[in-house]
Design a protein around this ligand. Sequence first.
Ligand code: SF4
Length: 239
Amino acid sequence: MQEFEYNNGAQSSEDDCLGYIDSVYCGSGVDGTGLRCVVFFSGCNLRCPFCHNPETLYKKGEAVTVSALVRRIVRYKPYFRRGGVTLSGGEPFLQKQFLLKLVDSLHGQNINVCVETNGQIVDAEMIAACDGIICDVKNQETDDLSAYEKFFKECCRQGKSLQITNVLVPGKNDSIEKLQSLRRIVLRRDPSLKVKFLPFRKLCEEKYERLKIPFPYACCREAEDKDIEKAVRLWEDFK
Ligand code: SF4
């Protein structure tokens, strides 16, 4: 499967900007506060073995200008009035100029914008532009969380609303050691920060089949309620 070069907001005209997206979905209740319209950016700097959106990694996606995308999003505004727009992907922070221009235009329409990121790109300008940040910590295959520390530090310095998530994969990152090291870097930054554990699911398996690429975590078991409850309990019991 061929991979593509990520653009960084190619200028399509003097006051517009071109970016690449996979799709727009309106009606999510799990990607930020209230009902959200989610824009899935194409391209990612990581290749997580449990990735739920592999289609955003390997296809170049749809080239779209900010103005055309905002026109499309505004049509859905009556549905997400109390929520807003969430930029997801893929990794939205890979397309800086496009993202900044898009956020600016959405703010011009009084639309709240938050971003879902993997936290590997610490860019003060993009963090400042968004109303809220959702950062998913990928500690399934690594113990090096230093990039997340820098990312959390910048969010806290700016006083940003930060939601940290962590996909719990049984046998990969649900051990006491993994939970403790995650807790350490989170609480060191801000004792009031919390982590929302998300259960690993394999609903994406058919996407991998369609793309004809292997699903690296196909052999892992899905997380059940009891796995999430155990992680929460351990988290709260740590001293
Ligand atoms: S950061 Fe997100 S989109 Fe990128 S590979 Fe990982 S799970 Fe997939």
